[in-house]
Design a protein around this ligand. Sequence first.
Ligand code: S3P
Length: 436
Amino acid sequence: MTRVAPAGPLHGRLRPPPDKSISHRAAIVAAMGESVTPLHGYLEAADTHSTLTAIRALGAHVEATRGPAAASAGLSLSIEGIGLRGPGHRAPKLAIDVGNAGTLLRLLPGWLAGQGVGAWTLDGDESIRRRPVDRVAEPLRRMGAAIECRQGRLPPLRVEGAKLRGITYELPVPSAQVKSCVLLAALLAEGASEVVEPAPTRDHSERMLAAAGASIRASDGRIRIEPVERLEPERIEIPGDFSSAAFALVAALLVPGSEIRIEGVGLNPTRIALVSIAERMGGRIEVVAGEPAGPEPRGEILVRSSELQATEVEPDEVAVAIDELPLVALLACFADGESVVRGAGELRHKESDRLAAIVDGLRRLGAQIEPLSDGFAIRGAGGLRGGTLDARGDHRLAMLGAVAGLASRDGVEVAELDVAGISYPGFERDLRSLLG
Ligand code: S3P
């Protein structure tokens, strides 16, 4: 149990750790290449470590040269790929262990399904075994893949390499992981494929595949991709993770007198909807574009503590703020009026049932929060009392508890704060440094 006492204001600069979503994709796309791809700023955390282990098991050669001392700089890696059709030539005998990494669990089957030969089993920890994989099995089967999963919907997942055909796939739920899985499979299919999104989701895969030479075009929520002979990724640079930076951003908005500058952070518009939600609530935030990281925009965010008003988050905004919705809930506890988040049923399928965890967790800290079938409603009560928050093994809930503690009246005891390391090693140290 870690007690986070009310503290602040927050001051100074923060360089968040490298982006987790982009790191997973960078390792997979580099492994799909045929030569050596240098990666700069690879996230050194449990989840992204699982991806390196997985691509090694498939035959990629990964060499790490630790970057400068700060964790925010990430790892410098060189990855010698095995080629798009490489995995079929050497299926590992053991299961590929994805650990706690949902993105790896959903993306990798896309690549493996299109191998003409070979079979692989993907499995992970106790929490991953509760996360649905039928959402990727279904489109892959339509493409001609042979996939089996436990009880028809859960890991372990067995993928047998097959000859795939291109499809048009309308995503039943807005999910960047499912979209990315289909896009990777489409690279190996016969004929073009199209993925249709019900609402925008993060587009890191599209940007990275285009930079590696794939023929991919997006317009009006339709992403069209052609099969390719080979991918040729060049040097990949990974920006800071907005989702990690979001914890300090929200702490600075909530703790009176705070002013922080977040540097080197990814500013991909499909990731930073929290900024417009918080601005709508009255948050004083300035976004300054800087040098991009390859195809990904990057820059600085300046945040000052602010008086907040309630807001409504509509289903269309949900997917592009999906990992920040626990923080939106926290902001709402401090805002004037009733805030409502709808269309967020997908939160039930994260590292925990985040919908239940947000409602139970914040209520125990004193929030006036009510569950809705697909979201929650919060009546801002000018702050939070404090208490105990069980992170349920979920990294984003652990960090939510810490930020709630800083802004609360009595402090918050966070059970399992160390799980923050799944995506944000150095979280406690970074927060302390902003508290001076
Ligand atoms: C991710 C997509 C989102 C997000 C997850 C990372 C990705 O999941 O919640 O943390 O890297 O594509 P869904 O695709 O399930 O919405």
